[in-house]
Design a protein. Structure first.
Length: 308
């Protein structure tokens, strides 16, 4: 079996959010650390607060990094998010990664009833407040969209890493110049090599920053029924082939939908897929583990552990 040694492997447990149970989520984080996974990631959706889950899980773990993938910026003021992220960073002993993103126009306008206007300006202003609050506990930033003037004591002087969900050229430049990296979804090896990695690395180099992390996340399913599995993934993830930002990445990849770049098949095929993603420049891979039964889930985790 091909081994991947140049890319850290983690788990994306966001599938558990469909039927949220705090004990189950904490148990999955503990299990992931015990199996040698480098990181564990949760989306910020529905009525589960990802950072709070990590604060709870901190008492039962000691090494695994805990990242949000991602927290939408529109409904949460950057000063409020800084407070929560710093508290979680203190609770986890410095293992928090704060992943943020713009979300999408349909969710912003249809669910939150906000106007999708000037998204790039929105993110620049958001980082303007957030970065100052995390780094120093004070901000004097007054922007067009977000502002905060004030200061307060921090629960830790070790701020969490900040990563940005970035796919397009402008967001990749912001991520490279301002943050510790990017968190991806629905991105395959061709897109990593042609779009993501050169874009963010060039921006970081221009800003004199360290090489950023590139965190790739995809479904992983070890099975002897790959066609059936791919059909299920295609149906489940249909929406991601329709949202413009993801559609653009899938077009670069030359595929119809997310199922076509998911790692589905035998242990060897999944391991080869991981190696291809690593070779394309991803620094981290986080698996959304799938399976028809417990054995397939276990097989997938074994392949990931071997790759790690």
């Amino acid at each position: 079996m091909t081994r991947v040694r140049i890319m850290k492997i983690g788990i994306n447990g966001s599938g558990l959010l469909a039927k949220p149970n705090l004990d189950a989520m904490v148990a999955d984080i503990v299990k992931s650390e015990e199996s040698g996974m480098s990181s564990y990631w949760l989306a910020q959706t529905g009525l589960v607060d990802a950072l709070t889950v990590f604060s709870v899980a901190a008492a039962s773990t000691s090494t695994i990094e805990l990242g949000t993938a991602v927290i939408p910026t529109w409904p949460r003021h950057p000063q409020a998010l800084a407070a929560q992220a710093l508290t979680t960073q203190a609770a986890t002993g410095g293992r928090t990664i704060l992943g943020i993103g713009l979300a999408h126009k349909p969710s912003v306008e249809d669910r939150w009833k906000m106007k999708w206007e000037k998204p790039i300006r929105h993110m620049l202003d958001y980082l303007g407040v957030l970065e100052e609050m995390l780094a120093t506990g004070k901000s004097s930033y007054v922007g067009e969209v977000w502002s905060y003037v004030g200061e307060a004591a921090r629960p830790t002087e070790n701020p969490p890493k900040v990563m940005l969900a970035a796919l397009g050229d402008q967001m990749l430049r912001i991520a490279g110049k301002r943050t510790d990296g990017t968190i991806l979804w629905c991105v395959g090896p061709k897109t990593l090599e042609r779009q993501i990695v050169p874009g963010i690395n060039s921006a970081a180099a221009d800003a004199g920053r360290p090489t950023p992390s590139v965190v790739c996340s995809l479904p992983v399913w070890v099975t002897d029924q790959p066609d059936k599995a791919r059909e299920i993934v295609a149906k489940t993830l249909t929406i991601y082939g329709q949202l413009p930002s993801y559609r653009a990445m899938l077009d670069i990849e030359g595929v119809d939908g997310p199922a076509d770049i998911s790692l589905i098949g035998s242990e060897e095929q999944v391991a080869e897929g991981l190696a291809e993603i690593a070779a394309a420049g991803a620094t981290d891979f986080t698996a959304v583990v799938q399976g028809f039964n417990a054995d397939e889930h276990a097989q997938a985790r074994q392949v990931l552990a071997a790759a790690n």
